[in-house]
Design a protein around this ligand. Structure first.
Ligand SMILES: O=C(O)CCC(=O)C(=O)O
Ligand SMILES: [Fe+2]
Length: 348
């Protein structure tokens, strides 16, 4: 068999425009612990030396596959399970109820995005998922001292979900915890880039920050068989556009990550962890040192899969350039400065 038969090509929509990637057609394999390591965040609130040691582990992961798991991340299992119950309650509603919260009629494109409304990869099928998403709103930012004084122009109309007890409160609390954790992680990334840890602080005060609930409907067993296993993608092959993604996934499996050797790796669920990956923006700022890695989701099981991703970017009005520590005589800046507001196509 020639190499041509063993590989296919996917076209990706990245921050720098369309890109083509060679992909092995072999079934996904488990990653080694170096390919997708588990990093313990227990020391993230300790002294600078502890955070630098953490940053060196994050650097190693960021420079290889660009994906890692975090444990002891500080978001309680109770809150995660409450958020999951709320996500299920929302998606279990009749379509007319979900339509009240539709992103098409809500402010800020927040809310429900129905099944099949996205296709993140045009060389694959439409995505088979539905989403509830919230963009950054300063009112929900725990670091904003007087949120009640802010105008409510962009608020999601929470009355459209008021029949779901606790939905609003839990969704906001989970969003806030993830925003706080994502900001801590961006400080670790600053250290990992050998910069002062507050290097990104001024560009993450009102960041692009999207908190999602995602539901991938069940795939009936006969659909898998009839199509010879070639069923629709849950979410097609893509890279995340922003800086860093924090992902909670249920125990269904189905998240696949493209390795440096062009093979699909099973980023299997590990209880008590979140998956972290780097987006195009951080790859760009790091002059390609940190990898924004291709991934996709297949839900091939007869039950629903749920996940809850959180994407952190920078303030939309800031302009970011390649960080100085990633440039030297042999590594000139590969990218021009870019306005962070350009980063808009999140795969809802
Ligand atoms: O649902 C997942 O596990 C991953 C989703 C994802 O990659 C995305 O929303 O960008
Ligand atoms: Fe993604």
């Amino acid at each position: 068999m020639t190499t041509l038969l063993e590989h296919t090509q996917v076209e990706l929509l990245t921050l720098s425009g369309p890109e083509f990637r060679r992909v092995s057609t072999a079934p996904p394999r488990p990653p080694t612990t170096d390919e997708i390591p588990i990093i313990d965040l227990a020391s993230i609130d300790k002294d600078l030396a502890a955070r630098k040691s953490l940053a060196s582990k994050v650097r190693a992961a960021a420079e290889s596959t660009g994906f890692f798991y975090i444990k002891n991340h500080g978001i309680s299992e109770e809150l995660i399970q409450n958020a999951l119950s709320q996500a299920k309650a929302f998606f279990d509603q009749p379509i007319e109820k979900k339509q009240l919260a539709s992103s098409k009629i809500q402010k800020n494109a927040d809310g429900w995005h129905g099944l099949g409304t996205t296709q993140v990869n045009k060389t694959e099928t439409r995505d088979r998922k539905e989403t509830f998403s919230l963009r950054y709103n300063a009112k929900n930012d725990p670091t904003v001292s007087d949120p009640d004084k802010l105008s409510g122009d962009n608020d999601f109309a929470w009355e459209t979900t008021s029949h779901l007890p606790g939905f609003h409160e839990t969704t906001i609390e989970f969003y806030q915890r993830r925003l706080t954790l994502a900001r801590k992680m961006i400080r670790i990334f600053a250290l990992a880039l050998e910069m002062p840890e507050d290097y990104f602080d001024t560009v993450t005060t009102n960041p692009g920050a999207d908190g999602l609930y995602v539901h991938y409907p069940a795939t009936p067993a006969d659909a898998v068989e009839e199509n010879n296993g070639d069923v629709d993608v849950g979410i097609g092959s893509h890279t995340d556009i922003q800086c860093v993604t924090l992902l909670w996934q249920d125990m269904s499996g189905g998240l696949q990550v493209l390795s440096a050797s062009d093979e699909w790796l099973d980023a299997r669920p590990i209880a008590g962890t979140l998956v972290v990956n780097i987006g195009d923006f951080l790859q760009r700022l790091s002059n390609n040192r940190f990898k924004s890695t291709v991934h996709r989701v297949y839900n091939r099981q007869p039950t629903s899969r749920y996940s809850m991703p959180f994407f952190l970017g920078f303030n939309p009005d800031s302009v970011c350039r390649v960080v100085p520590s990633c440039i030297d005589e042999t590594h000139p800046a590969l990218y021009e400065p870019i306005s962070c507001g350009k980063v808009s196509h999140i795969p809802f």
